[in-house]
Design a protein around this ligand. Structure first.
Ligand code: G3P
Ligand code: MG
Length: 243
């Protein structure tokens, strides 16, 4: 069945194909390119600050090294998180999550992916920040750790939670239905979900945001299958196709 609803464009780690991932420059570029939302990954510092970085360590994407959870925000905020991508981005910093919310106007989706629970410290700090900023409406928290998603929804009913997964489940919508709390969205690996799964999810009131989709043929397949949004490293490419 052809679906006429256009999916929203969600910039993966910003516009990670064209700017250093998870930096303010990358998020700004995603919105300049017409994204309606962004996906980003969070870690926690040893002084309880929520910072934006995919890896648990600094080595791949900054000029620092070691575990983020062993550093203070003061130590992290002067590191260079852009030079490795290209010279033009030298001087980009690791953002505090608060800085991303300052950049993004209300009404745009911010998908915060939790990579590690840090023994409960991450959810505590993240929920406190979202409460302070009152950005519940704009935010979907997702993780491959589904017990963490359940815990967050039980602790804070205002939080929207999404399930990240790579496996080809027998029944995607039924799986979300087992949680006993409202699940906002499915975030499957793009090849783990088909048109029938997507229709069943929609019928169950679930949004579907497959990741990470960069090829035009895959955009077309998922648009036609009726997904709610597409997580992509190239927001401009998807925007051009969608018009
Ligand atoms: O949230 C979708 C996607 O980002 C999950 O994988 O490794 O790119 O964070 P990863
Ligand atoms: Mg991610």
């Amino acid at each position: 069945m052809m679906n006429n609803q256009k999916p929203i464009v969600i910039g993966h780690r910003g516009a990670a194909g064209e700017a250093p991932e998870n930096t303010i420059a990358s998020f700004a570029l995603a919105f300049e390119q017409g994204a309606e939302g962004i996906e980003l990954d969070v870690q926690i510092t040893n002084d309880g600050e929520v910072v934006v970085c995919h890896d648990l360590t600094l080595d791949r994407t900054t000029n620092g090294s070691g575990l983020i959870c062993e550093k203070s925000w003061e130590e992290l905020k002067t590191l260079d998180a852009g030079f490795w991508f290209s010279e033009a981005f030298t001087g980009e910093r690791i953002p505090h999550l608060r800085q991303v919310y300052e950049l993004v106007p209300r009404g745009h989706l911010i998908n915060v992916e939790i990579k590690h629970a840090y023994e409960g410290k991450m959810e505590k700090a993240l929920l406190a920040l979202l409460d302070e900023l009152d950005r519940w409406e704009d935010t979907v928290i997702s993780s491959f750790d589904h017990k963490l998603m359940l815990r967050i929804k039980q602790d804070q009913p205002k939080a929207k939670v999404g399930l990240l997964y790579a496996g080809n489940l027998l029944d995607h919508a039924a799986y979300a239905g087992q949680f006993g709390v409202e699940v906002n969205s499915l975030h499957p690996y793009q090849h783990s979900i088909n048109e029938a799964d997507i229709a069943a999810a929609a019928a169950a009131g679930l949004a579907v945001y497959p990741y990470t989709v960069n090829e035009v043929a895959d955009y077309k397949r998922l648009i036609s299958a009726g997904v709610t949004g597409i997580i992509t490293d190239y927001p401009a490419r998807l925007r051009e196709l969608l018009g």
